[in-house]
Design a protein around this ligand. Structure first.
Ligand code: ATP
Ligand code: MG
Length: 314
């Protein structure tokens, strides 16, 4: 039985090979790269050698096989991934701008991923789980996907598993109030919250990310980890605030760093590391993740992380 579980959208990513190639002009793409925030998380966990499983839906098509084959090959239990013939696998098109921003085009609400529902979440499968990871993206793909997440959280809390939450919802699509409403039940139950600065600010309404993270701890989230890309991360708990610098690497593709970081953080805590040690370990995985094109391509094994942490300067 898997010790770590995630659920939500499985998709492939097609990206522009160079910066400043907008999506509204003809041109080249590279891909398909296996992707989906909760899928990148679980792949990071599998690469680190911890038993894990995934609950999701793909189409019976080449893109579905691309992502499921990768997760399977890396050791993720895919017994609870459903394959449907009447919808195609989710797709994200991505273009990077030279100012560091990204342009996304998603084929998701109409994709197989949106069919995830509470019936896909089997109680027996969750009984032995020690950690569940939930993403804002899976809460926003469809109502049934959201209900599946809420059910998984309820069951995991009953069985004493820890719940981590990455609130990676784009407010420009849903509006801030809707996003807050969707996240509220998860904020009430999660043990670990992993926001970016903008996400923390959006959740509380505080303009300052530090103030927002303190407010999230004050309202009862035991561990809040603020992710700041190449500027590293900050861990907030009742004990206070600890800054962890980023490792210095050459960033090739930032997409998925946050999910890889979350996978590393959860694995580290389950292995008995302190919160600060776990954040340092997770930073190494986030750093390695950005060194390769494609969200899962840079995910390291445990041995690779250890070699990297011993060899580079923070
Ligand atoms: P995404 O939404 O694309 O998955 P995110 O915004 O959730 O990413 P980031 O802050 O970009 O998450 O990355 C998570 C962590 O990974 C950072 O806190 C940092 O430790 C590490 N990291 C990310 N980018 C870099 C970088 N360019 N150099 C070194 N470390 C990085
Ligand atoms: Mg993120």
């Amino acid at each position: 039985m898997p010790q770590v579980l995630s659920l939500g959208e499985l998709l492939v990513e097609m990206m522009r090979p160079a910066v400043d190639q907008p999506l509204d002009e003809p041109g080249q793409f590279v891909g398909p790269f296996p992707s989906g925030a909760p899928a990148i998380f679980v792949d990071a966990v599998a690469r680190l050698g911890m038993s894990c499983g995934f609950i999701g839906v793909v189409g019976d098509d080449p893109f579905g096989r691309c992502v499921t084959r990768r997760l399977e090959a890396d050791g993720v239990d895919m017994c609870h991934v459903r394959v449907v013939s009447h919808r195609t696998t989710g797709i994200a098109f991505v273009s990077y701008r030279s100012d560091g921003s990204r342009q996304f085009l998603f084929h998701l609400p109409e994709s197989a991923a949106a069919l995830l529902s509470p019936e896909d979440v089997h109680e027996d499968y969750l009984r032995g789980v020690r950690a569940l990871h939930v993403t804002g993206s899976a809460l926003s793909v469809s109502e049934s996907s959201r209900e599946a997440c809420y059910r998984a959280i309820d069951l995991c809390k009953q069985y004493g598993a820890m719940v981590s939450f990455d609130p990676n919802i784009r407010p420009e699509l849903l509006g801030v109030n809707v996003v807050r409403t969707l996240c509220e039940p998860v904020l009430q139950s999660c043990d670990i919250l992993l926001p970016s600065g903008a996400e923390a600010a959006m959740l509380t309404g505080d303009a300052d990310e530090d103030t927002a993270c303190r407010a999230l701890v004050a309202r009862g989230v035991p561990i809040v980890v603020l992710k700041r890309g190449a500027r590293g991360c900050v861990v907030f708990t009742e004990q206070g605030r600890v800054e962890i610098p980023a490792y210095r690497v050459t960033e090739i593709d930032p997409t998925g760093a946050g999910d890889a970081f979350a996978g590393g953080f959860v694995v580290a805590l389950l292995r008995g590391m302190s919160v600060t040690e776990a954040a340092r370990f997770a930073s190494a995985i986030g750093a390695l993740a950005v060194t390769r094109q494609g969200p899962m391509e840079g995910l390291p094994t445990l041995a690779e992380v250890q070699t990297f942490m011993n060899s580079v300067q923070e």
